[in-house]
Ligand binder design. Structure first.
Ligand code: SF4
Length: 410
């Protein structure tokens, strides 16, 4: 039986009972937004805080370097800061406050699903998934990372991987085929909680930025564009402070039009690739599967997506969940092909055979039907790729994230 996991060791990252050991005449370094941890603040903000406290601004750079590049998780271990300063910060209640993995589920296929504890002391965890070798979701992407930080080089023998990152606890969008929707919306994650999932997984797997090929997909729990500011702040942290390429990141939206419009205005230096969760050949079927379609139907979503200025060879991905007897079949495939061609967008379709979840009354399409769908799209001139289901046995696959506890293998 599936039960909801309670995170263990509920941990308060920021001490609330700090005294004032900073000393006479010194400005407190405490964040005005009392309770915010350091992790999640960018170098500029950290520098400003240090400056306010009478420390040189470059101390902020040192903090950022330690937390985001060296992945130091404890203030006491940031040895680039003088010991008295570390003690002063700690004495004032500051913590790095990086999200941490509290439970691990390992699939027979090597996929790992994590329950990650946030920064707020909220006992609710979010889910993050590590997929060694990825799930082929990047197939057909011709945009290679520009090598801003890695010179385009990777070390032979290092395997690639994909990390699926959550942006909210639960989700309000209520897609009928999705297990996360069953949780309802609980809360937005902070920028530090979103970026922190990546850093926690990097640490676990010894990922070396600039050497290893890791793709990020913001397709975990939640709708990133309903938590837009924190989502983009996390992306900026990952690009500017951690050193990842935005071209190795893809954000998927169910079609939140104001979010797509804001996204279209982001600079290419920090803008991930865009995926739209389409899932149906027309508005009638889509509205049944995704109530959000009643607010923003397909043509309105596509019009907003046209505003995104794509990089050379970049394509927009349309994600398409195949539900047996509902969204599969050759006729539906032809309809999808017509729809995609009508958009006029450089696009590809990622097909996902629906992954079963308890309490959801859809069925998985058979393998022949999935391949027929893909071939029909391809024959109609629409590039289509099949995403491999990863971690099915640990409820880590697409649409299955719901903090389920089945097997523990930490
Ligand atoms: S598919 Fe995504 S947007 Fe839809 S309910 Fe699930 S998590 Fe939310």
């Amino acid at each position: 039986m599936l039960t909801e996991a309670m995170s263990r060791d509920s941990h308060q990252f920021v001490r609330l009972d700090s005294g004032d050991p900073a000393g006479e005449g010194q400005t407190s370094l405490r964040n005005p937004l009392f309770g915010d941890p350091l992790f999640g603040l960018d170098a500029k903000t950290l520098a400003a805080r240090m400056g306010q406290a009478g420390e040189p601004a470059w101390r902020g750079e040192q903090l950022a370097e330690a937390m985001y590049r060296q992945r130091v998780a404890e203030l006491s271990a940031i040895t680039t800061l003088p010991k008295p300063l570390r003690e002063r910060l700690a004495g004032e209640g500051w913590e790095v406050g990086r999200p941490r993995i509290v439970q691990v589920f390992r699939s027979v296929d090597g996929t790992e699903r994590y329950l990650v504890e946030g920064q707020s002391g909220d006992p609710q965890t979010v889910e993050t998934v590590w997929m060694p070798e990825g799930d082929d979701g990047e197939s057909g992407d011709e945009v290679e990372p520009e090598g801003r930080h890695d010179g385009g080089r990777t070390t032979p023998g290092r395997s690639r991987a994909t990390i699926c990152v959550s942006s909210q606890v639960g989700c309000a969008v209520n897609c009928q085929f999705c297990l996360t929707a069953k949780l309802g919306f609980q809360r937005n994650l902070s920028a530090g909680e979103i970026a922190g999932q990546v850093i926690a997984v990097f640490d676990r797997h010894g990922v070396e930025v600039g050497r290893d090929r890791v793709n990020l997909v913001f397709m975990g729990m939640g709708e990133p564009f309903l938590n837009y500011d924190n989502f983009m702040a996390a992306v900026r942290l990952l690009v500017e402070e951690v050193g990842l390429s935005p071209q190795r990141m893809t954000v998927s939206t169910s079609g939140i039009v104001p979010g797509i419009e804001r996204f279209a205005a982001e600079l290419p230096e920090v803008r991930p690739k865009l995926a739209i969760s389409l899932n149906a050949p027309n508005n009638t079927i889509r509205a049944e599967m995704m109530p959000i379609n009643r607010k923003w139907p397909i043509e309105v979503v596509v019009a907003a997506a046209r505003g995104v200025k794509l990089r050379p060879r970049e394509r927009i991905t349309f994600e398409y969940v195949l539900l047996g007897g509902v969204t599969d079949g050759a006729e539906r495939a032809r309809e999808v092909a017509r729809l995609i061609r009508r958009t006029g967008l450089p696009a590809k379709v990622n097909l996902i055979a629906w992954n079963p979840g308890p309490g959801i009354a859809y069925s998985t399409p058979n393998a022949d039907s999935v391949e027929e769908f893909r071939r029909t799209l391809a024959d109609a001139g629409v590039p289509a790729y099949l995403r491999r289901p990863r971690g099915l046995d640990i409820f880590a696959a697409c649409g299955q994230l719901k903090r389920t506890v089945e097997t523990e293998n930490a």
